[in-house]
Write a protein that binds this ligand. Structure first.
Ligand code: ADP
Ligand code: MG
Length: 261
């Protein structure tokens, strides 16, 4: 049995060895006008680690994700990716965007491009990949997420679950170092949630570094190395999923869990 990638032999994504810091946020503050939306955020995500971010609506989870790929700037503090401070603009910023894949709640695919074009466009335009190479890689990824029979269709012809899996393939096509998922299943019909979570779980098991904002506690228990609980712009608590779900320490986390579990 030839392993096609180095982590194929890993038995499970849970608690596999994780590496050195890949994302490092230190003392990060951000304001929207007078709203202190991120308050002294310290967060490190190691290579190969899966961090699930949970918390009430409006607590700053999306903003946190968006600062990591610099869709939002910060007012103070530092964010490093793979040992380098986030670039402010120009070529460095384009490279950063390639290193940080993002999947949003709304699928954000180009409606007037085929599935295949959606996945190859970034690598061809932003990374200068040859069309044939980009297409070969795209087919591999579309196979992996289970939509390789849809390559010539347009996104509106696909179900929500299929579109979201294409969005994951599109992000992976840039060969990112880390993948950010911001409530990737929140806009999906219930029967499609599992197919997207299964793809994410497989990615986690393959050792992808992931930051996942989600309300899917089953996924958190199954795939996360660590749960980060946010409330009102602060990281209130961090723990393993086991510890967090059975024995949350803060009253804010206990209160939140009592509403969702
Ligand atoms: P979450 O993802 O946890 O629901 P967000 O990060 O989206 O939280 O938002 C945190 C807070 O910041 C909310 O009060 C939201 O209304 C506010 N906010 C988010 N984006 C902006 C923006 N671009 N301008 C002003 N306020 C914003
Ligand atoms: Mg959000």
């Amino acid at each position: 049995m030839a392993a096609s990638n180095q982590s194929a032999a890993a038995p499970t994504g849970m608690n596999v060895a994780v590496g050195e810091p890949l994302v490092r946020m230190h003392g990060v503050n951000k304001y929207f006008g007078s709203l202190h939306v991120l308050q002294d955020i310290d967060l490190t995500v190691d290579r190969g680690e899966v961090v699930v971010v949970i918390g009430p609506s409006g607590s700053g989870k999306s903003t946190l994700c968006r600062t990591i790929n610099r869709l939002e700037t910060v007012d103070s503090g530092t964010i490093e990716l793979d040992g380098q401070p986030l670039p402010a603009e120009g070529k460095g910023l384009a490279r950063l965007r390639a290193d940080v894949g993002m999947v949003f709640q709304a699928f954000n695919l180009f409606a007037h491009k085929t599935v295949l074009d959606n996945v190859t466009l970034g690598p061809i335009k932003a990374k200068g990949e040859k069309k044939a190479d980009a297409e070969r890689h795209a087919m591999e990824l579309l196979e992996r997420v289970g939509v390789s029979n849809q390559v010539n269709k347009y996104p509106p012809q696909l179900s929500g679950g299929q579109q979201q899996r294409v969005a994951i393939a599109r992000a992976l096509a840039m060969r990112p170092k880390v993948m950010l998922f911001d409530e990737p299943t929140s806009a999906l019909d219930p029967e499609m949630i599992k197919e997207v979570l299964d793809v994410m779980t497989a990615l986690a098991e393959e050792g992808m570094t992931m930051v996942v904002v989600t309300h899917e506690m089953g996924f958190a228990r199954r795939a996360a190395h660590r749960v980060v609980f946010m409330d009102e712009g602060q990281i209130v608590e961090e723990a393993t999923p086991e510890a967090f779900f059975t024995d949350a320490q803060s009253t804010r986390a206990q209160d939140f869990l009592s509403k969702i579990l």
